[in-house]
Write a protein that binds this ligand. Structure first.
Ligand SMILES: [Zn+2]
Ligand SMILES: [Zn+2]
Length: 341
């Protein structure tokens, strides 16, 4: 079977081509892609900020319909609507065995279709995945919103990094889609979230969703109101602004957590006073991707709360329009762009 796919051939260079889909092996499923979110990572690959081998096919926020499956597959049937956990976890490495399969050392080993590297290959009419990578959508979840399952699962992994309790307060730096998904998950846990973002339109959008939004320069005046002045229980950094990381130590209470959600491009050193960590027992941690369990939880959440998240998909494009889209950076009222097939 042939599939039309957007192939990135170099920095800022892409073309739609037909690729030959491979025969299904045992436990494999052919999914007709119906929606695929455009992640910042995809944009950074296109602009060369993130270096990957080319030619390649991006797109890892995928939802679609099961169209063909090997008869050994039991989890889904033809016609089922699914979201895809596109990480191909090996299940046997040190990290997989220890329940940290988001860090699987074999997951990113060069999978290819013809000459094209797959990261993960959702910008294509069809995609082949293993049975363990499909999760069935329930409750009439629109496919457009289902593309948010992957980003939601990564935010879920991030929120779990802080030991949050009912009634806690968190600060989220960055009012993009990831920041808002963090706030949504916090709310689910009975945690109050404040999002800081320098853009007026972003803050208005966030307030409309029912979350508190402030300007970055207002953070310091808010801290005295949080936890009797001790500071936030956790701070999540979802915008790539490296110079704010050191400063967040002053916003978090003792034994609180600072989570570096976003990667930095280019990366750099942190300017942090060692003793400010020593005396306060503050924890600074990264968060990478999601585990299979995070993905399962995110699929259930999307199935139950897709109406709350629908407004985050602010633009839809066709595969033909994706080339132009990849060169843009969403600002203001723009949140997630989803490619619809
Ligand atoms: Zn992503
Ligand atoms: Zn592994």
């Amino acid at each position: 079977m042939k599939s039309k796919a957007l192939i990135i051939e170099g920095i800022g260079k892409s073309e739609i081509k037909e690729i030959q889909m491979p025969e299904l092996k045992k436990n494999e499923i052919l999914v007709k892609v119906r929606s695929c979110g455009v992640c910042t990572t995809d944009r950074r690959i296109f602009t060369g900020e993130i270096k990957v081998p080319t030619p390649m096919i991006g797109g890892h926020e995928v939802a679609g319909e099961v169209v063909e499956l090997n008869d050994k597959v039991k989890k889904v049937k033809k016609g089922d609507l699914v979201t895809l956990d596109t990480i191909n976890r090996c299940g046997v490495c040190y990290y997989c065995i220890r329940g940290m399969d988001n860090l699987c050392i074999n997951a990113r080993k060069g999978r290819k279709i013809e000459d094209n590297f797959l990261i993960a290959g959702g910008f294509s009419e069809y995609i082949v995945v293993k049975e363990k990578q499909v999760f069935k959508l329930l409750n009439g979840t629109p496919l457009k919103v289902a593309a948010l399952t992957e980003p939601l699962s990564c935010c879920l992994h991030s929120v779990k990094k802080a030991d949050l309790q009912f009634g806690d307060s968190i600060l989220i730096i960055g009012g993009g889609t990831m920041g808002i998904l963090h706030a949504f998950l916090a709310k689910m846990r009975g945690v109050k979230a404040i999002i800081s973002d320098p853009e007026n339109h972003r803050r208005e959008f966030i307030e409309k969703m029912g979350f508190k939004a402030i300007k970055p320069e207002e953070i310091e005046s808010v801290v005295p109101e949080i936890n009797e002045g001790h500071g936030f229980d956790a701070v999540f950094i979802t915008a790539p602004v490296i110079n704010v990381v050191g400063k967040t130590i002053e916003y978090v209470r003792k034994v609180g957590t600072i989570v570096l959600y976003t990667s930095m491009h280019p990366t750099g050193d942190l300017d942090i006073d060692c003793n400010s960590i020593h005396y306060s027992e503050v924890k600074i941690t990264g968060t990478e991707g999601r585990t299979a369990e995070d993905f399962r939880e995110a699929t259930n959440l999307i199935s139950s709360f897709h109406r709350d998240l629908e407004c985050l998909v602010t633009k839809t494009v066709s595969l033909e329009e994706l080339d132009d889209e990849l060169g843009l950076t969403p600002t203001g009222n723009e949140q997630r762009t989803v490619v619809l097939f």
